[in-house]
Design a protein around this ligand. Structure first.
Ligand SMILES: [Zn+2]
Length: 295
């Protein structure tokens, strides 16, 4: 793929993501309000679950947006870690919604109230539709960018959750199973907690400059040693400065300083294929040979 193609496809994905975020957000806001108005915790939970994935899409979008601005003299990495603020805000909103859903559900089971199954089913059907549209648009880009993969998978789960709530609405309408709404609400809160756990874990890893998910420290060390003329590597750090932007810093000992450039090029290619896009290397000459002629 040529650079121009990559650029235009990522530009395309950006527009698609922005569109999907907007329609999902409008929908989840309406669903939350309706959910609270008709006391359906299933609907509120479905909306909260939707918010998880809207946040996921926003993270992918910020990964594009925030890696671009020219870093300033005050913030030399730009504002890449601003993405973390998004995670904190979303985690907070989801926790509040989760508490409401659980309390509302318990209240509903203790003092059952008539629920309008038709409105629940219609509202959830809207969710299936919105997620269907989102999945369709993201699928167009899925083939071209790996960044769309996770977003796509999440949207499918979203559509499925909305479908379950829709069936719940139908069951309430025809069978009068009012407690089902609370139970479905609890289950969805459980699913949200799992996503939240994942999201928080990656946020903590990001803040603490941990080795990014999907990168194996030992494997990277082994890769570095496969390059000819590399004698030793130390002070090795691998972290990420933005989602999908993994960097590495290390001291690399080479047999001869003349080979440093060649080693650098080779390391760049090899580590790029392991997901590390940015290297900061300091080269040192192997002095042990001169000091200790025999081992
Ligand atoms: Zn050193």
């Amino acid at each position: 793929m040529s650079p121009t193609n990559t650029k235009s496809s990522s530009l395309n994905l950006r527009k698609v993501l922005l569109f999907c975020i907007v329609i999902n957000f409008v929908y989840l806001l309406a669903e939350t309000i309706f959910g609270f108005c008709i006391h359906s915790m299933g609907l509120v939970a479905d909306a909260a679950h939707n918010l998880c994935d809207v946040a996921g899409m926003m993270l992918v979008l910020t990964a594009f947006k925030l890696t671009e601005p020219v870093p300033t003299h005050r913030f030399t990495y730009g504002y890449k870690k601003a993405a973390i603020l998004l995670v904190v805000v979303v985690a907070f909103v989801l926790s509040v919604l989760g508490v409401f859903i659980i309390l509302g559900g318990i209240h509903q089971i203790q003092m059952p109230r008539l629920l309008n199954g038709t409105v629940i089913a219609l509202m959830a059907a809207g969710g299936v539709l919105v997620n269907g549209i989102t999945a369709f648009f993201i699928m167009q880009n899925k083939k071209r960018t790996s960044k769309a993969h996770n977003a796509f998978r999440n949207i499918l789960v979203d559509a499925l959750v909305s479908l379950v709530v829709m069936i719940e609405g139908v069951a309430i309408h025809f069978l009068g199973w009012f407690n089902l709404d609370a139970i479905i609400g609890f289950v969805i809160v459980g699913i949200i907690l799992l996503s939240l756990f994942d999201l928080t874990r990656s946020a903590i890893r990001f803040v603490l400059d941990g080795v990014p998910a999907g990168i194996n420290y030992e494997q990277v060390v082994r890769t570095i040693y496969t390059v000819e003329n590399v004698v030793d590597v130390h002070h090795l750090h691998i972290w990420s400065t933005a989602p999908k932007t993994n960097v590495l810093a290390a001291h690399v000992v080479v047999k001869n300083m003349d080979e440093a450039n060649q080693v650098k090029d080779q390391l760049g290619k090899l580590l790029e294929s392991e997901g590390i896009s940015n290297l900061t290397l300091e080269f040192e000459v192997d002095k042990t040979k001169e000091e200790k002629p025999t081992e």
